[in-house]
Design a protein around this ligand. Structure first.
Ligand code: ME8
Length: 648
């Protein structure tokens, strides 16, 4: 064993207003990967995940289903936990914010911050987005009303509230960012946070009185009408899961090595959370690491858009380890990625099948044919020191990539030894060596390949835990701390060992396996296709299919139509395109249609246009129409279609 350093790794705790989708799975799989690796190298690792169950959003979701918030939270929390269990996520604790111990811990923290003088009572007046559970100053709203994060209408709240003196922590936060260049990963995100904090921090309203589903204030404050702001409650989970405010039995894990989050919740983790911790006199986390979005057709996934991908379906169809590899390899950490079966299949057939699986098959074939499966590494250095050196250079680069969350680069680098191995076979041709009677050299070559595969499987274990165990079983060694120490850290070679035959690990996939998951733009994209725009002779710009699919076109029904006062051209329409509420679209069609002619008719809507204001009216889309000398006509589906149906 190497040092038993305590390492604490967390995912966000997921809201129970939605069932898990691939976005949630992505964060959890990254955290699982880091945790598995950390354990393998001998660190005393604690991996926390869980569910966030309080707040107005959950209360409303439960009410809409006629359930109590607790019963509803129990049900959805279980779907998260069951999925992580099916995915063999190696979490050490699953916290729920409705746990008694968590509630006690949050109240304890509130009292501490209050006693320190960091909490005071006042009146909150402002805008609140229930969907994001976030207060926004007016300056940040879109068109004075809409949430800058999710675009939904905010509600105006005016109520008595306790405030946290966030403004008092502005300078200390800036000092933390400056003194710890890696506190926020990827580093580019740190600048965004710094700019935000430099622009000035308002004190934060941390209690609500207009609903009930939350943690009550400590009894000592004797103020029962308040419940805590859900983000204060939620962020505290990282401490309460370690026994904070209770038995403190796992506090040795604090501070966290990394809080893994999506970029949507960076502000809470990079500003509010360190400020709360400073107020509690607690050390700050080493990294807050924010990844990007998984999208469909360039759009954020959400239930209301009907574009959510179920991670279990994908894993069942393509294999859990393959799915894990794809997610971590496909997208640079911090960037967004569009999910497509085509991209997933390419990764499985090429990286996994061709580069890794075929190498193993070749090794099994050669070792069986020439040496009856018995391999001896003693002459590898004698003949192939250059290859060994090249491979060691790659392995030495790997670990920092992982801990700095550059997991795609980690995997990219890990594939270099595979190409060294594949190249060595082609270059030295063991069949020629055998024919020429150079058995010792051929044995050394086969042993080189086996050792490369063994090392790759150790370092790939945390990403593909089950496939790599199959590889190591075929090479008759175990993946654990001692093999990591011997073969990776100390660069030892495998002793004499037996290679046994196993079925191919990555059978080729010819067609998408999930018929009901619609093709996306990325799926239809031939990899080599250039993005550039060409001009045809007559001057029409040619675009690629990708460029075309950047436009989200949908069928909608006009449910309301009105004239815009003082405008000859404009009508204000409410168009149902299958979302929570109709979209308001201002269209220049008044000369051609009366409002009565439009209501209850279907139209084609450009659904991903940036919102605009036309004569002071908010507009979130555009209608397709054709205009010639006979006038303007709206483009409509030939037969009625469900609202929100994508137009392809
Ligand atoms: O924000 N792509 O919970 P949440 C990538 N309860 N990641 C995604 C994603 C997508 N399309 N959608 C969700 C909350 N995620 C709070 C957190 S923590 C103290 C409280 C992932 O259920 C991503 O990690 O909305 C994001 O940060 C998290 O799910 C949000 O989950």
């Amino acid at each position: 064993m190497t040092c038993q350093k305590p390492v604490y790794i967390t995912t966000p705790i997921y809201y129970v207003n939605d069932v898990p989708h691939i976005g949630h799975a992505y964060t959890t799989i990254i955290a699982d990967t880091i945790s598995r690796y950390s354990r393998m190298i001998g660190h005393d690792t604690f991996f926390l995940t869980g569910t966030d169950e309080h707040g107005q959003k959950i209360e409303e979701a439960a009410k809409a289903r006629g359930e109590t918030p607790q019963a509803y939270a129990d049900k959805i929390s279980a779907t998260f936990r069951n999925l992580w269990d099916e995915f063999e996520i190696s979490y050490d604790a699953f916290i729920r914010t409705t746990d008694e111990a968590h509630i006690k811990g949050v109240q304890y923290a509130f009292s501490k911050m209050f006693d320190k003088g960091d909490i005071y009572k006042d009146i909150y007046k402002g805008h609140y987005c229930i969907s994001c559970e976030t207060f926004f100053p007016k300056t940040q709203l879109v068109d004075d009303e809409f949430c800058p994060e999710c675009g939904k209408a905010t509600t105006i709240v005016e109520e008595e509230s306790y405030f946290f003196k966030l403004s008092a922590y502005q300078d200390k936060l800036l000092a933390w960012y400056n003194e710890n260049p890696e506190c926020i990963l990827p580093k580019s995100k740190r600048n965004e946070v710094i700019r935000f904090v430099e622009s000035g921090l308002d004190d934060l309203s941390i209690t609500r009185t207009s609903f009930d589903w939350g943690v009550k204030l400590p009894e000592s404050l004797n103020d029962p009408k308040h419940v805590m702001y859900v983000w204060l409650d939620a962020l505290m989970n990282y401490l309460t899961a370690l026994g904070y405010g209770n038995d403190n039995n796992k506090m040795k894990y604090w501070p966290a090595r990394v809080h893994l989050i999506g970029k949507d919740i960076l502000r809470f983790h990079a500003i509010y959370w360190p400020a709360f911790l400073m107020s509690l006199d607690m050390p700050l986390p080493k990294h807050v690491a924010a990844h990007g979005w998984w999208t469909r057709d360039g759009q954020k996934m959400s239930k209301s858009k009907g574009n959510v991908i179920n991670p279990k379906e994908v894993a069942d169809a393509y294999g859990l380890d393959n799915f894990r590899y794809f997610m971590l390899r496909e997208v640079p950490f911090g960037g967004d990625g569009d999910f497509s079966q085509k991209a997933l299949i390419d990764r499985i057939n090429n990286d996994l099948g061709n580069d890794l699986g075929n190498l193993l098959n070749r090794l099994i074939g050669m070792s069986e044919k020439y040496f009856e499966g018995r391999i001896d590494s003693s002459n590898v250095s004698k003949y192939y020191q250059n290859e060994l050196d090249e491979v060691i250079e790659s392995f030495n680069k790997l670990e920092p990539y992982l801990f700095e969350m550059q997991i795609h680069r980690y995997l990219e680098e890990l594939w270099r030894p595979l190409s060294v191995a594949n190249r060595a076979i082609d270059k030295y041709q063991p069949w020629v060596l055998m024919k020429d009677g150079k058995d010792e050299e051929a044995m050394a070559l086969v042993a080189l390949i086996a050792n490369i595969l063994a090392r790759v499987s150790i370092m790939l274990y945390s990403v593909m835990p089950s496939v790599t165990k199959k590889i190591s079983a075929s090479l008759s060694f175990d993946i654990d701390n001692s093999s990591w120490l011997r073969f990776i850290k100390n660069h030892e070679l495998l002793d004499t060992f037996v290679i046994s035959k196993i079925p191919p690990l990555f059978p080729r996939i010819e067609e998408p396996l999930l018929a009901h998951v619609e093709p996306t733009s990325a799926q239809e994209k031939p990899k080599e296709e250039k993005q550039e725009t060409k001009k045809e002779d007559e001057g029409i710009a040619l675009i690629s299919i990708d460029q075309f699919f950047l436009t989200s076109l949908k069928i909608g029904t006009i449910v309301e139509a009105n004239e815009v006062q003082k405008s000859d051209r404009l009508l204000i329409l409410q168009v149902d395109i299958g979302e929570d509420k109709p979209r308001q679209i201002v269209a220049g069609i008044k000369e051609f249609y009366t409002p009565e002619q439009l209501v209850n008719t279907q139209v084609c809507v450009v659904a991903n246009l940036k919102p605009a204001k036309l004569m002071g009216n908010h507009s979130e889309g555009m209608l397709l129409a054709a205009k010639d000398e006979n006038g303007l006509h709206l483009i409509r589906p030939e037969a009625p279609k469900r609202n929100g149906t994508p137009i392809k």
